[in-house]
Design a protein around this ligand. Structure first.
Ligand code: CO
Length: 134
């Protein structure tokens, strides 16, 4: 069921500053910022060859990463994203196994225009897991 690692996401307090560090200090290619109001974040992606790093900054009221940044004011690793071929089949299999799907349980459109879901970190060893239909 589980495919390749699509990205590792870091929540950051200042997206422009974090993007500049990846671009200028680390010498990586960084995409332009993309606002995702439905997800309450603004994102950029860093291309690191074999995968990507997603940098996330809160957007709007009640951003789902606001609490995380309160607990981790300098930022931190927020989630890992794995690809799946069929996100609804993956969801149904995981739910049947007792895993909790966040939100209303239905896929939303993610940063790459593809359906995504998030799985409860307590069911996956303290790590928030995003699934993206490849
Ligand atoms: Co993500």
């Amino acid at each position: 069921m589980l495919g390749r690692l699509n990205h590792v996401a870091l929540a950051v307090p200042d997206l422009a500053a974090a993007a500049a560090v990846y671009r200028d200090t680390l010498g990586a290619r960084v995409t332009a910022p993309q606002a995702l109001p439905e997800h309450g974040v603004t994102v950029v992606f860093v291309d690191v060859g074999n995968t990507r790093i997603e940098l996330l900054e809160p957007l709007g009221e009640g951003s789902p990463i606001a609490g995380f940044l309160e607990r981790n004011p300098s930022g931190g690793m927020h989630h890992v994203c794995y690809e799946v071929d069929d996100i609804v089949a993956a969801r149904d299999r995981l739910k049947a196994g007792g895993a909790r799907v966040l939100g209303d349980g239905n896929p939303k459109t993610g940063a790459h225009g593809k359906p995504v879901l998030f799985l409860h970190p307590k069911d996956f060893f303290g790590t928030l897991v995003e699934l993206e239909q490849a």
